[in-house]
Ligand binder design. Structure first.
Ligand SMILES: *Cc1c(COP(=O)(O)O)cnc(C)c1O
Length: 379
């Protein structure tokens, strides 16, 4: 279904020279393109999809999202293709996930196809903001928040759906390094029946304190354990986790089951699919729980050969070290994965996925969605 789009083009765009400077070295999430999308839910229905100049919005201080956190988001990228076109990666999957997040947070569902179509419209008008250097992309951020001015503790009656876009470079700079993670023993990210499976704003704020402790321990990220037993590995703050095992001479890729507490990453799903196709020389793919003890044992025995994290922003981040502070602070253990450097299977899987995203390999699963030139004037 195609939704009508109301366009108001910016008369105050960033100059070519300034934009080229920004695109040469984009800072993650710090600058935005010339336009944005906005669609408002009011009176029981979603209104017109509007493309507008990027800018501040006004909100009542009583906007319900500011008080009770009724807010969700999505994230995916558009990549410059070798033929000069631009392709979004699996926007339909993000639209589907946003629908599921909305349902969990009692937010009214968007009409089908809105995420894909509104993002395509934004990428199209701001096509010149898609960086072309190696590892870079245009990061798309659709989000919905409760904008009704009301302090009752109940779902809002008005919402803003918006999309903003930001050019991003390779997440870890020009050379990929392995990250270190701190195994979190105190806080939990998600509990059964909670909000962990939704891309819900409050999940991230709830992880910031643990992130701060991880950073003060010299780590890059938090690795979350399950809420009930504090044993089973779940994920990082915005990335899923995968393990590469050598079992009876086979290379096995594993990842924990989603089970309602883990966010179903589209990168996770894509890598499971590619590995099942044989990418990276993987023989088999299993979705199974892995405890922190199994990680320690597997590293000691050599059965566990590589560990990595995956998500849209970084695509794949090899994990070189896990720091487990244990139950008491004195018992901190440093688990090194292999030689602590990015492993070959991790790198091969990463390459396989990037080659599809950047259009240098065939796309057997139909994941690339080329953004049509809408024939917009003034570009
Ligand atoms: C967004 C996110 C991921 C990764 O999802 P992708 O669709 O691969 O970007 C993983 N975990 C959490 C908690 C997330 O928010």
């Amino acid at each position: 279904m195609t939704h009508p789009l109301d366009r108001t083009l910016s008369t105050n765009r960033v100059s070519d020279a300034e934009r080229d400077g920004l695109l040469a070295a984009p800072e993650f999430g710090a600058r935005f393109t010339d336009h944005m999308v906005q669609m408002i839910f009011d009176g029981g229905a979603w209104g017109t999809m509007r493309l507008l100049p990027f800018g501040d919005i006004t909100l009542s201080p009583a906007a319900l999202a500011l008080h009770y956190g009724q807010a969700i988001f999505e994230a995916f990228k558009a990549y410059a293709q070798p033929d000069g076109s631009v392709a979004m990666f699996r926007p339909d999957a993000n639209g589907e996930r946003m629908r599921a997040s909305a349902e969990r947070m009692a937010i009214p569902a968007l009409p089908d196809g809105v995420v894909e179509q509104s993002c395509a419209a934004l990428v199209d008008v701001d096509r010149r903001w898609v960086p072309t250097s190696d590892g870079s992309a245009l990061y798309l951020r659709p989000f919905i928040f409760a904008s009704e001015a009301h302090l009752s503790v109940r779902p809002a009656e008005c919402y803003h759906y918006m999309v903003i876009a930001s050019p991003v470079a390779s997440y870890f700079g020009p050379t990929l390094r392995a990250i270190s993670v701190a195994v979190e023993r105190r806080d939990v990210r998600a509990a059964p029946g909670g909000t962990g499976a939704a891309k819900f704003a409050g999940n991230y704020a709830a992880g910031f304190a643990a992130h701060g402790r991880a950073v003060s321990d010299g780590c890059d990220q938090v690795m979350w354990l399950d809420a009930a037993e504090h044993r089973w590995i779940e994920e990082l703050n915005a990335m899923n986790v995968m393990f590469v095992w050598r079992r009876n001479g086979d290379t096995v890729l594993s990842t924990p089951p989603l089970a309602g507490t883990i966010l179903g990453g589209i990168t996770r799903d894509s890598l499971l699919t590619l590995a099942a196709d044989g990418a990276g020389g993987v023989d088999s793919v299993v979705v199974e729980p892995t405890s922190i003890d199994e990680v320690a044992d597997g590293l000691a025995s050599g059965e566990l050969v590589e560990v990595f994290a995956c998500g849209t922003a970084a695509v794949i981040a090899p994990i070189g070290v896990l720091v487990d502070r244990g139950e008491d602070a004195d018992a901190s253990v440093r688990l090194v994965v292999g030689d602590g450097e990015p492993g070959p299977i991790t790198m091969a899987l990463r390459r396989a996925l990037l080659d599809i995203q950047y259009g240098s390999a065939p796309d057997p699963h139909g994941w690339r969605v080329v953004v049509g030139d809408g024939g917009l004037s003034g570009r």
